[in-house]
Design a binder for this molecule. Structure first.
Ligand code: FE2
Length: 289
């Protein structure tokens, strides 16, 4: 699996406080089935003043340590970018990083207040050729009042990333409900761990994947953790990657009771078989040669 959201870099945000924790998180990610991990520390002016060159150096240092310890995890650069004015200029100057220097950028909105100019920020990025990947909308306290914004952003070309732990219930029933609803409404492009440590914010992408499989089926769950994340790292055009399908979910407009009660009847394909383990290895070799 490819995990495109983590706070594994030591001592630069609210994630790993030191190298020891970073190494423990890397080991936990590998044990969870992750082979490529994006290091995406917060960039939030005045709170987390991280910058592109500093993040690149930190990723190189951590990769060197992992290689010395023979931990088979390939790191790529990125950032969890808080919404701010002139992000396009900040990307072009190198201060803000996209995912693996592609057109895709993780974008985070305030947790407790719906920003008035969110549309404008997304619009500026989209018209400059970037694809904003809206991080963990399901965990925002204001999602219920502004669910139409999610659909509008999706329709305008914004990608959505939900957190694996939201699907497993680690963030409570509310985040679980919205994660499941967005997934079944066909609004989610990728699943990521957003891991911060090996405690209550451990990398649990495999568990999230498993929960997603029960909701939307094997093929779409595979797209969430392999196909689309790989497409992002390969800088593929968003239109060339599979669009999220709408699940035919019984009673999905109501607060869900138990995931096991849901029925998903999307058309299946043989794509998963065609992209078996051999296929993934081939992709990886092409991507990182
Ligand atoms: Fe994050």
């Amino acid at each position: 699996m490819i995990d495109l959201h983590s706070h594994i870099l030591p001592g630069i945000d609210d994630g790993a406080p030191n190298l020891e924790m970073s190494v423990a998180m890397a080991r936990a990610s590998v044990a969870n089935g992750v082979t490529v991990l994006a290091c995406t520390p917060h960039i939030m002016p005045g709170v987390w003043n991280n910058s592109g060159p500093q993040i690149r150096q930190s990723v190189a240092n951590l990769q060197k340590t992992l290689n010395e310890l023979e931990i088979p995890l390939h790191l790529v650069t990125g950032a969890d970018v808080h919404i701010a004015p002139d992000l396009v200029g900040a990307i072009r100057s190198g201060r803000v990083l996209t995912l693996h220097d592609t057109r895709y950028i993780l974008l985070e909105l305030p947790h407790h207040v719906a920003p008035v100019h969110a549309d404008e920020c997304f619009f500026q990025l989209l018209t400059a050729g970037y694809v904003p990947v809206f991080t963990h909308p399901e965990r925002l306290s204001w999602i219920q009042q502004h669910y139409d914004l999610m659909r509008r952003l999706f329709d305008s070309g914004v990608w959505m990333q939900i957190t694996a732990g939201s699907l497993t219930g680690s963030f409570g029933s509310r985040a679980k409900y919205w994660a499941e609803k967005m997934l079944c409404d066909g609004l989610v492009h990728i699943l990521a761990s957003d891991t911060h440590n090996v405690g209550h914010r451990s990398p649990v992408l495999a568990e999230g994947w498993d929960a997603a499989r029960r909701l939307v089926g094997d093929d779409e769950a595979y797209h969430l953790v392999v196909t689309r994340p790989y497409g992002i790292l390969n800088n593929d055009l968003p239109g060339s990657l599979p669009a999220p399908p709408v699940a035919q979910l019984e009673g999905r407009d109501e607060m869900p009771a138990r995931s096991g009660q849901r029925k998903y009847r999307a058309a299946r394909s043989d794509q998963h078989d065609r992209m078996g383990d051999g296929g993934i290895s081939r992709w990886m070799r092409q991507l990182f040669r």
